[in-house]
Design a protein around this ligand. Sequence first.
Ligand code: PRP
Length: 185
Amino acid sequence: MSPNPSSLYDDVADVLISQEAIQQRVAELGQQITLDFAGSEVLMIAVLKGALLFLADLVRNVNLPVAMDFLAVSSYGAGTSSSGVVRILKDLDEPIEGRNVVIVEDIVDSGRTLDYLLRMLRQRHPATLHVCTLLDKRERREINVPIDYVGFEVPDEFVVGYGLDFAEYYRQLPFIGVLKPEIYQ
Ligand code: PRP
């Protein structure tokens, strides 16, 4: 598979969530986190690579002392459905004991990745542990996971853009969209 070299936008069948809607919602989430953690410091942990764009926009809407760290995990491979296998590719740089931690995800699908990460991070004794995801594909959930902040609920379609990829492409699209079937078939 390779994306259309003339324009990535030509590969998109439908825009599910516009750039404007994302920016508006991210601002609201940032304001909510600012209120909820008033007077505290927050460590925001992005799960690479999908959450990179979301974290970058989210922190610009959080008016608190914020530190950032990154986890890289593998759960999907190059296909379009979850294998259920979670592997830590890059661990955190810093201890989280006693800190207010917010895990930042681009999407929660089966919930397997988040379930694994929550169990792993709880063992490190953070003061608080919350979850913020841009997208929630709730109808695909296999494991019940607590999510504190949700940007949008999305249907069971393969979505790309704003950090989400197909075979590592399309992450830079500023909206959430669905690819034309011929791209991934
Ligand atoms: C996606 C997403 C979550 C996970 C959600 O990551 O960022 O980490 O899958 O799926 P689950 O709820 O079924 O576990 P992906 O493995 O696609 O990696 P990426 O962020 O690098 O694209």
